[in-house]
Design a protein around this ligand. Structure first.
Ligand code: NAP
Length: 303
């Protein structure tokens, strides 16, 4: 039976460190702050906005909300970004995507000051990551590395297989691990379609899965004693023992959140595994705050 890596407990540890460092910075007259930039009313983005506001409050950061109507033009959004770039109360800017179709994500991101790009999507920050000199690293990939570090996993020479090659998770986590001298394989949908996924995953000492497909990773795809980091977040129906949907009080199917890994089966084979929820997600929130702290220090010339 694997060690269940407790993301909530690790997130609490990191939060305590952030609170302590924030207090020290405030004593020197420096208060970190995060501005969210939402255009329109995407439900997921609004939920995330509320979460970021709550997280900022919980560690003593300033929080600045910019919510603009869906019909705001790209030029107007970029003007707001430029104002936030100049605002000393804002250490980090978080664009809450998706944006309406008439606004180019990359136009917004390229206008964020590199040292306020706490999501690390600016090409300059992605480039630094590739060169092994990241100043700010993207939150979810950093959370995977932080979790592994805090449970004492060695990177040097380890075989790490990443499932998923998105710009948000798969590619940057592969780069972060490569920068730590692990041996990296990055797999994706074409690996699966070629029937080669298992060939790679069964060789992994550390398996990092970020595909967004519930149940993608089963025990036969995992090496005995591997460490498994499940990034996926999927809503699935709750089924009874016969495989039928369980209904709620309103007669609708009950749902639950699961990762990409068949947790109950894989936990008997792995050495350690992150659950969903309670794994990567909790730590991701803290890594975003850590980035804002780093950004505040960089802007004050303290790093
Ligand atoms: P994404 O942009 O949809 O990327 C998914 C990746 O998985 C793509 O590279 C895709 O390949 C690959 N893939 C899809 N099906 C596959 C299969 N059957 N076999 C192998 N590879 C497959 O998603 P994302 O933004 O990277 O997010 C991935 C998951 O992590 C999602 O469930 C998301 O909700 C979750 N997530 C969690 C956090 C957190 O904090 N916990 C943060 C961000 C994302 P192709 O591109 O070639 O199709």
């Amino acid at each position: 039976m694997a060690e269940i890596i407790d993301g909530n407990a690790i997130a609490d540890e990191i939060k305590a460190e952030i609170v302590a460092e924030t207090e020290k910075l405030k004593a020197k007259g420096l208060a970190p702050g995060i501005a969210t930039l939402l255009v329109g009313d995407d439900f997921g983005s609004k939920m995330y906005r509320g979460q970021v506001e709550k997280n900022c409050e919980s560690v003593g950061f300033n929080y600045i909300e910019k919510t603009l109507p869906a019909e705001t033009t790209e030029e107007e959004v970029i003007q707001i970004v430029k104002e936030l770039n100049e605002d000393p109360a804002v250490s980090g800017i978080l664009p809450l995507r998706p944006y309406p179709e008439h606004i180019s994500d990359s136009a917004v991101i390229r206008n964020i000051r590199e040292d306020k790009d706490i999501d690390c999507f600016h090409p300059a920050n992605m480039g630094r990551l590739l060169l092994g000199e990241p100043t700010l690293a993207p939150a979810t990939p950093s959370a995977c590395i932080e979790l592994l570090d805090r449970v004492g996993v060695e990177f040097e020479g380890a075989e790490i297989v990443v499932v998923g090659h998105s710009n948000i998770v798969g590619k940057p986590v592969a780069m972060l691990a490569l920068n730590r001298n692990a041996t990296i394989s990055v797999t994706h949908i074409f690996t699966s379609q070629a029937g080669n996924l298992e060939k790679h995953t069964t060789g992994a000492d550390i398996l990092i899965v970020a595909a967004g497909k519930a149940g993608l990773i089963t025990p036969d795809q995992v090496k005995d004693g591997a460490v498994v980091i499940d990034v996926g977040i999927n809503r699935v129906k709750v089924l009874d023992d016969e495989g039928n949907p369980v209904l709620n009080d309103k007669g609708k199917p009950k749902t639950k959140t699961v990762g990409d890994v068949d947790f109950d089966a894989v936990k008997d084979k792995a050495k350690a595994i992150t659950p969903v929820p309670g794994g990567v997600g909790a730590v991701t929130n803290m890594m975003l705050l850590k980035n804002a702290l780093t950004a505040a220090k960089m802007q004050a010339g303290m790093d």
